[in-house]
Design a protein around this ligand. Structure first.
Ligand code: PLP
Length: 384
């Protein structure tokens, strides 16, 4: 049996083909492959969409997280707080700067950084006095904006920067503010599978702070000053290609409608799974998820069997994320061990992400929910 796609980028291309093909041909024939006018046009439109004063496009979402850390001169001796249940890039950028990532547990309902544990961790770092608490990187996990009000209050109280990891959150809303604008800086990714994706790698940083925006632009281009070959600081090479910007300009026009379609798909999942899956995702009042992923929880002892029978039925699933960051070998030197962050550890053993994209038809979605319900019943029966 042929399998349904987990994310259907082919369908999206089919719908936008004439506009995207034209935009790519224009970019190619303009010969302005780097810094073509499409890049600054995109930056303006992204800033307007997100409701931030400035947008600095860059090469990928990981660089979008790195650029503000460089601008804030975060390095050895500094502590940066991030959730343990996220993609590795969130904490990798911190460790690569030589700073120390302090892993924080998650709220068991939203899966985002837990403000209570966050405050405990901040206080512990301050009391120990070995590291200087500098920044928080909350993540809009699976598209749901983090608990901005509570985390911003802690950032204020303890004098910390907020760098929002909105790689999955683009399009999400918290209290009328869009994801990407929920911090002193917000980083997003245009990796193809993200809510707004390009046809390769891309990313952007948002901020309202003009001097930060200026520093980000400089760092993106090898620390350039007023003149391209005058270098006022050390930077990196992190440009967004003209071709990717041209593609994103087309996709950004289609994005609001795609976001609406994602809401419809999420509502259908919720309706069809109620009663079978007590653990459908929860969107707290005042927030809108961009539904980068639709992630349910299944009993951990049944998960492997559920995945197998869904696969047999032609339904792909993914586990985001099978391990917490504090337990990854890459971060072993920070001394994390099993049992340190129990809520995240429990949840990572139960999560299962289902196919989610704007073009999932009602018929195909029925196949997904049917397969999930049957797989759960079968797994439960054979587990006795
Ligand atoms: C995808 C992702 C990133 C990194 O983005 P890239 O463009 O792949 O570098 C960072 N954080 C989170 C939460 C992500 O999902």
């Amino acid at each position: 049996m042929s399998s349904l796609p987990f994310i259907d980028l082919g369908k999206q291309y089919e719908l936008l083909k004439s506009q995207i093909d034209q935009a790519v041909i224009e970019a190619v024939s303009s010969v302005k492959y780097i810094n073509g006018p499409q890049v600054s046009q995109l930056e303006e439109q992204l800033a307007e969409y997100v409701g931030a004063r400035y947008c600095v496009a860059c090469a990928n979402g990981t660089d979008a997280l790195t650029l503000p850390l460089l601008a804030w001169d975060i390095g050895p001796g500094d502590a940066v707080f991030c959730p343990t249940f996220t993609f590795i890039a969130t904490a990798e950028v911190v460790a690569l700067r030589g700073a120390t990532p302090i892993f924080v547990d998650i709220d068991p309902v939203t899966y985002n950084i837990d403000p209570l544990d966050l405050e405990e961790k901040i206080v512990a770092v301050n009391n120990l006095g070995q590291l200087k608490a500098k920044a928080i990187i909350p993540v809009d996990l699976f598209g749901l904006p983090y608990d901005y009000e509570k985390v911003a209050a802690l950032a204020d109280r303890y004098g910390l920067y907020i760098l929002e990891d909105a790689a999955q959150g683009f399009g999400g809303v918290y209290g009328g503010k869009k994801a990407g604008s929920l911090g002193l800086a917000g980083a997003t990714s245009f990796f193809p599978a993200k809510p707004l994706g390009c046809y390769g790698d891309g990313g952007a940083v948002f901020t309202d702070d003009s001097s930060l925006a200026e520093a980000l632009r400089s760092i993106r281009g090898h620390g350039a000053g007023e003149d391209k070959y005058q270098h006022v600081r050390l930077g990196m090479n992190s440009r967004l290609d003209t071709i990717q910007a041209a593609i994103l300009l087309v996709k950004l026009r289609a994005f609001p409608q795609e976001l609406d379609l994602r809401q419809i798909v999420a509502e259908r999942y919720e309706k069809d799974l109620v009663g079978f899956i007590p653990y459908a995702p929860v969107v707290p009042g005042g927030r809108l998820s961009s539904w980068a992923q639709y992630t349910v929880k299944v009993p951990k002892e049944l998960r492997a069997a559920v995945i197998d029978s869904m696969k047999e039925a032609g339904i792909p699933t993914m586990i985001y994320y099978p391990g917490c960051l504090h337990l990854q070998k890459a971060f072993a030197k920070y001394g994390g061990k099993a049992g340190d962050l129990v809520k995240a550890e429990e949840i990572s053993a139960q999560v299962l992400s289902l196919p989610m994209h704007p073009y999932l038809t009602e018929d195909n979605q029925k196949k997904v929910t049917q397969a999930l319900i049957e797989a759960l019943e079968k797994a439960a029966a054979s587990a006795g």
